[in-house]
Design a protein around this ligand. Structure first.
Ligand SMILES: [Zn+2]
Length: 342
């Protein structure tokens, strides 16, 4: 096993349901010999796949944290086979503070992989996930949302797979999750821009990896929470880990690739004209930026440089130059049996 200063209070190889903490040593003024408590749950019943479920990778993304705590309470070892490892608040300092990055070191966990066993607390968590947890994992589901600044309708994220077998598994997970939207990384199979993310780490370790964006705007979407709780059970069932579960009828997923962002070029107060799923045409005015500090200055138009549909939108009223106003997606068709573009 790789070196890590983090120790686990749970036995990852024991049957039954256990909870405890990953102890991350943290020597500070108020606690010379203390540790940061990253909560962990392990539920295992004999042989079968290992599924790692993670939320709180970004600390201001809440739907996944609730869904994983509920699942940890409801899932009983006797009802399942294989092993589920749950990290409901993966970057615990960030999740405790309700901020995207850790208040201790400014670390963005999902930009910190592969991490560093001797680095900052965030880098140590990334390293522990990468070197200790991923090698024992077959499938990982990393639950996000738009956080404080963005909003998504429930959207699955995935690559195309590094070979046909992984492509089939990813397509099966997408169908099982059955979220309203999917954003498929069609360039580089999720390997390039996702390199410092948990998905990048999973790809390097050949762990089948999906993410989800589940809402955001700094709050909790009831609709997204319902969809992820349903989806997690459907995923467990599809992996033969929850055999008695009876999935309800498929609702269907609109599958897109990201074609780019619409950015703000002025500072001011944002008036959005588009919702998730709305079509957008190149050259169309999609938002206004108002300047109530200089009341006679006309609002600036935000013009889309792209054709497509809205995949994600800004959730905050104030905006600065360089902020993402919309993410634009384009519908794609995937060959059903292989999960690759037609
Ligand atoms: Zn996130």
């Amino acid at each position: 096993m790789a070196e890590s200063f983090i120790t686990a209070e749970v036995d990852f190889n024991a049957d039954g349901k256990q909870t405890g903490f990953l102890r991350l040593p943290h020597s500070v003024h108020r606690s010379a010999y203390g540790w940061i408590p990253v909560p962990v749950v392990v539920i295992q019943n004999g042989k079968g796949p290992t599924l790692l479920l993670m939320a709180g990778n970004h600390g201001d993304e809440y739907e996944g944290q609730i869904a994983l705590a509920n699942l940890a309470q409801e899932l009983q070892p006797e009802d399942m086979r294989g092993r589920v490892i749950i990290l409901p608040m993966a970057n615990f300092p960030a999740a405790q503070a309700g901020t995207r990055v850790s208040p201790i070191d400014g670390g963005n966990l999902n930009r910190s992989f592969p991490g560093n066993p001797r680095g900052t607390p965030t880098e140590k968590i990334a390293h522990y996930i990468d070197e200790i947890l991923l090698p024992m994992t077959d499938y990982i589901v990393d639950l996000h949302s738009g956080g404080s600044s963005l909003y998504y309708e429930p959207t699955l994220l995935r690559g195309l797979g590094q070979d046909s077998e992984e492509s089939r598994k990813l397509a099966k997970l997408q169908d099982a999750f059955d979220l309203p939207y999917a954003w498929v990384f069609t360039s580089g199979g999720g390997r390039s821009s996702t390199s410092p993310t948990c998905m990048g780490a999973a790809n390097r370790k050949s762990v089948v990896s999906i993410m989800a964006e589940l809402g955001g705007a700094g709050g909790v979407s009831n609709h997204a929470l319902h969809m992820v709780e349903r989806g997690l059970r459907r995923i467990l069932h599809s992996l033969d880990m929850l055999p008695a579960y009876q999935p309800d009828a498929l609702q269907g997923t609109r599958t897109m690739e990201s074609v780019g962002m619409v950015y703000a070029y002025q500072n001011g107060v944002l008036e959005m004209h588009k919702n998730i799923g709305d079509p957008v045409a190149k050259g169309e005015t999609v938002a206004l930026i108002h300047h109530p500090d200089t009341p006679l200055q006309p609002a600036d138009k935000v013009v889309s440089p792209l054709d497509g549909s809205v995949l994600c939108k800004r959730a905050m009223g104030q905006v600065e130059r360089g902020d993402t106003v919309y993410q634009i997606g384009a519908d794609i068709k995937l060959a059903a049996e292989r999960g690759v573009p037609q």
